[in-house]
Design a protein around this ligand. Sequence first.
Ligand SMILES: Cc1cc2nc3c(=O)[nH]c(=O)nc-3n(C[C@H](O)[C@H](O)[C@H](O)COP(=O)(O)OP(=O)(O)OC[C@H]3O[C@@H](n4cnc5c(N)ncnc54)[C@H](O)[C@@H]3O)c2cc1C
Length: 532
Amino acid sequence: MNQTPDSQTADLFIIGGGINGCGIARDAAGRGLSVVLAEMNDLASATSSASTKMFHGGLRYLEYFEFRLVREALIEREVLLRAMPHISWPMRFVLPYHKDMRFEAETPTSKLLSFVMPWMKGRRPAWLIRLGLFMYDNLGGRKILPGTTTLSLNGTREGAPLNPKFLKAYEYSDCWVEDSRLVVLNARDAAARGARIMTRTEVIAAEREGDLWRIETRRHGSGETQIHRARMLINAGGPWVGEIIRNTVRINSPEGVRLVRGSHIVTRRLYDHDKCYFFQGTDGRIIFAIPYEGDFTLIGTTDAEHGDPDTRPVCTPEERRYLIDFANQYFARSITDADIVWTYSGVRPLYDDGASSATAATRDYTLKVNAEGGAPVLNVFGGKITTYRRLAESALEKVAAHLGPHGQPWTAGVPLPGGDFPVDGVADLVAGLKARFGFLDDVHARRLVRAYGTEAALVLGDAATAADLGQDFGASLTEAEVIWLMDSEFARTAEDVVWRRSKLGLRLTPAQVETLDEWMAARCRSASTAAE
Ligand SMILES: Cc1cc2nc3c(=O)[nH]c(=O)nc-3n(C[C@H](O)[C@H](O)[C@H](O)COP(=O)(O)OP(=O)(O)OC[C@H]3O[C@@H](n4cnc5c(N)ncnc54)[C@H](O)[C@@H]3O)c2cc1C
């Protein structure tokens, strides 16, 4: 096996190409730090492509008195929306009210209410929901997103898909984000600012050599190993954060991670408006039903303990049943197993705060530095997609404390690649793209703008006809786009393309995906032959 020494010493070596690793890499590279990031699979291949895909404050966290987290996340929604108006957009959430909806017994709010209003027997009173929404509207300085309204469900399009027993609802704002594209765009921007991003590269050992870290990586496929040196190590391994502490870095750390699996089901579209539903269950939990990829509805999520990060999370039959039964408490037409076209699952790497249930464990992030015995390592626990940029800023404060100050926070006003246009500018971009590339239909142009924003024209190059885009892999995916994804977005396999750079996996047949995979493998082979 080859072992290549890497003579340069980086300021930061980051383990993990999820949203937290890539967000920190971007922020650090933009401050002039030298950064190397290793991701053992594809970017966003673990939790960061399996979220509910919301930039949200987390309405339910108010019941846990998590005011710091909720406020920070609420403020972030609009900061992020402005920086990436192609991959994120505002959404309205309809919360049907029914008197039998209950709290989870463990929340501080439910305990307080059971004490002062025992006759409610754990039910969430309407005035409390309205109070929570008032706080949600006002804690985080909204400018773009509209506030809460009350809605009749009787004879309205929001009420039409629901059981007629629901007469009234509240409607509030949060945002949608394409989670895995968010990760890739952070990685691309980090690379454009000088970071070295290595995918399919696993960190297999890291040890201190005085003031430096000596890190060993192994390339998947070739098995080639490489030695790197860095002044500080960042462990953003998500569900593997604990394993990395124990088995890779081998330090003593009292911190623990709690692995909580969340699963989603995707059905054919269940209703024909563009709003989401926030459903409260009789068990105190909540789930969302969200319009998804035009023709589908996304329903989730669950909260289940997950033993081991190396066990691939899947939606179990019990979780499918749970989500179907939960949704059927609300929808007028019952959904069944036959409506489900896809499921996905992810593992939340939560900081172990000793909470007794998975639902109650904190969603806030915790950053811990260990510098005992030489060079420092920063371990990242928890966090949300919504707070990744603030988490990166906090991480950079810890870096500064050990490596000395390096620049100021800068990411708040700076768009991600393709996001340099106004929040309400998607329609104009689509029209402009269609005017320039007359062969594009509306659906294709819109998909490209939602994925690549102002860079959509770069993906298409100087094509004058549809045939100039090369091979058609189906569902409007062409050779030109796949080449862009391979050359500019770190994609290597069909799975990277159809489930993370896009969601075209919902539309392509297995045979089409196989053709794409073979085409990409052949292109990788010819690139490596040319490099030899
Ligand atoms: C079901 C569910 C729903 C969620 N919904 C939302 C939501 O709607 N909104 C929101 O804001 N947040 C949401 N979250 C939370 C959010 O998704 C996570 O907090 C976030 O994605 C965690 O990112 P991460 O970078 O820490 O971890 P990950 O994305 O898991 O990244 C860690 C990476 O480290 C890599 N790695 C591990 N070990 C090594 C090694 N030795 N060498 C190299 N690489 C390694 C892994 O391959 C992985 O890609 C949700 C989470 C779940 C599970």
